[in-house]
Ligand binder design. Structure first.
Ligand code: 6GU
Length: 243
């Protein structure tokens, strides 16, 4: 997979050189380029923003530098590339990113991220980009960040760990929270008694069926308590599966 991340703070993406994603890049499973939006400005102040037409608070990102940066990304593509690249515009005014979004995007060959700052990017950038990219406006949740960069890091981590070989243990992918619509069960390690807090007996029993049942019950209890929204979906999905 190829990923291009364009921003006025390209250093923000240096964290993607660490840990599993860093190793995946070294192994050639993944290539992530950071692009400085200001390299595509044409004035001496390297201006990327300007006041909103019609008035209002804050500043809007000008479309010109974005288009020049994205054109360069397009020009660097192999002519014979099969799919159109996907352009992800992180914004709190987008569809919400979920595990299912991550699964869809993990199948793409080329993702380009265009996180805005300030009040966002001039809407016409999206109109232009739709001629060249599959464009998706995506939010990572119902709260407001100062810019989309942190959201890019979140999305890249969720997407790239689904690429075969990025995460060593394939089981740790399937056993996780959200893959079946339930939260993960609690986990313990040695010692069996730590500061008077003990590991649940059943886990020490060696009885695999009982352990599996206990874990399932814990998943159900946690999901009902902490995520009634997920629980309701899970119940509906199970009902459908039975019909
Ligand atoms: Cl993608 N951007 C910003 N600025 N805030 C957000 C977000 C994105 N997702 C949730 N809040």
């Amino acid at each position: 997979m190829r990923i291009d991340a364009v921003s006025i703070f390209p250093q923000f993406f240096e964290v993607l050189d660490l840990s599993l994603i860093g190793r995946a890049q070294q192994q050639g499973l993944l290539s992530i380029s950071r692009i400085d939006l200001r390299d595509y400005t044409e004035d001496k102040h390297r201006t990327v923003d300007s006041p909103p037409v019609g008035g209002g608070a804050g500043m809007v990102m000008k479309p010109e530098p974005w288009a020049l940066a994205l054109e360069e990304v397009l020009n660097q593509r192999a002519e014979q590339a099969a799919q159109r690249p996907t352009l992800i515009i992180p914004t709190p005014a987008g569809e919400v990113f979920t595990q299912s979004t991550a699964e869809q995007l993990a199948g793409h060959q080329h993702l380009v991220f265009a996180p805005g700052r300030f009040e966002g990017i001039d809407e016409r950038l999206t109109d232009w980009a739709e001629e060249h990219f599959d464009v998706r406006r995506i939010s990572i949740g119902d709260y407001v960040l100062n810019g989309g960069e942190a959201a890019v890091v979140v999305m890249v981590e969720a997407i790239t760990r689904l690429i075969p070989g990025v995460v060593g243990n394939a089981e740790s992918l399937t056993e996780e929270s959200h893959s079946e619509g339930l939260l993960e069960y609690p986990v313990y390690t040695k010692p069996a008694d730590w500061r008077g807090h003990t590991v649940p007996e059943v886990l020490l029993s060696g009885h695999h069926a009982n352990i599996a049942q206990w874990r399932r019950d814990q998943q159900v209890q946690r999901t009902r308590k902490l995520r009634p929204d997920l629980w309701a979906k899970h119940v509906v999905a199970q009902q459908r599966a039975k019909e």
